[in-house]
Write a protein that binds this ligand. Structure first.
Ligand SMILES: CC(C)(C)CCc1c(C(=O)O)[nH]c(=O)[nH]c1=O
Length: 310
């Protein structure tokens, strides 16, 4: 009922973790691989190991989460070895997330993946930091275009891009125009809503240490933004470019809404962090219930079919 085809691989359901959550270590990744999730993605890897920001750097709230992790990860080789190992023992579809601390590192990382034995999907996190004082790469349209143009002069393996949320229709138009130029496998919208601020009223203090308490928001706060980005890119991108919907998934109805907006796969971050990998069996059950009530027998019955008011 929840069968999903992605790159000619049949997944039992469209659900997976969002990069960054429950995917830093081999133990966490194995737990994901052995869970109900249809697929998994690794924590965004940089070339070298990174300790990340001082703690507290992640905080769960009633309505979601705020984080400024600072890209802690075990370095590209750790994750590349892991996915190549699993590929050799038969893993069909895997997602490896990467980002560089500079333009040159971004190109270098993808060259290394291109030259490796890895045949799975690479998720290129375009929220990568740019030179200080300039916006993240995905908010610098010319730089994004330049970077993707260079990447696709040598990269021939499946590549998706993880995008931050956009909030202006002109930005959807401009970004989609750029993305449609490239043979992307998918676009993943959205990354956390950047630079939110959460306050502990009793202490009259922020709740995370880095950046004076500023951090990326996840959870209920961001679902309307996430759905709008999924829908906006589905309306604008070539059908050959798939969409992964991320942001604000708490229950099965949120998964349904992402797919109704056009998502082919749906990622869960904050709620996975709160609940653990059992969240995937809860969400698949809830989604099947909703589909039964509505008389749908497959995801194709309603994917992308959000109605507008005539
Ligand atoms: C924000 C960056 C540190 C530049 C990238 C890694 C990342 C982080 C992080 O590692 O802080 N947190 C997120 O919510 N999304 C991300 O893409």
């Amino acid at each position: 009922m929840l069968k999903t085809n992605f790159l000619d691989v049949e997944l039992s359901n469209p659900l997976m973790n969002a990069s960054g959550v429950h995917c830093m270590t081999i133990e966490e990744l194995d737990e994901l691989a052995n869970s109900e999730a249809g697929a998994f993605v690794t924590k965004t890897a940089t070339r070298d190991y990174r300790a990340g920001n001082p703690e507290p750097r992640y905080y769960d709230t009633n309505l979601g989460s705020i984080n400024s992790m600072g890209l802690p990860n075990n370095g590209l080789d750790y994750y590349l070895d892991y996915v190549i190992e699993r590929q050799k023992s038969g893993a069909k579809l895997q997602f490896l997330s990467v980002t560089g601390m500079s333009y040159e590192e971004n190109v270098g990382l993808l060259k290394k993946i291109q030259e490796s034995e890895y045949e799975g999907v690479t998720e290129f996190n375009l929220s990568c930091p740019n030179v200080p004082g300039k916006p993240q790469i995905a908010y610098d349209f010319e730089l994004t275009d330049k970077l993707l143009a260079e990447v696709f002069t040598f990269f021939t393996k499946p590549l998706g891009v993880k995008l931050p949320p956009y909030f202006d229709i002109a930005h959807f138009d401009e970004m989609a125009k750029i993305l449609n130029k490239y043979p992307l496998t998918y676009v993943n919208s959205v990354n956390s809503v950047g630079n939110g601020l959460y306050i502990d009223l009793d202490k009259e203090q922020v709740v995370i240490k880095p950046k004076g308490g500023f951090g990326g928001l996840g959870g209920e706060y961001i679902k309307p933004t996430a759905l709008a980005n999924v829908r906006a890119f589905r309306e604008r991108l070539n059908p050959s470019i798939k969409i992964i919907g991320t942001g604000g998934v708490i229950n099965g109805k949120d998964v349904f809404e992402h797919i109704l907006c056009g998502a082919d796969l749906v990622q869960v971050g904050t709620t996975l962090h709160k609940e653990g990998v059992s969240v995937f069996s809860r969400l698949t059950k809830e989604l099947q219930e909703i589909m039964k009530e509505k008389g749908y027998s497959s995801l194709e019955d309603f994917r992308g079919k959000l109605k507008v008011i005539d």
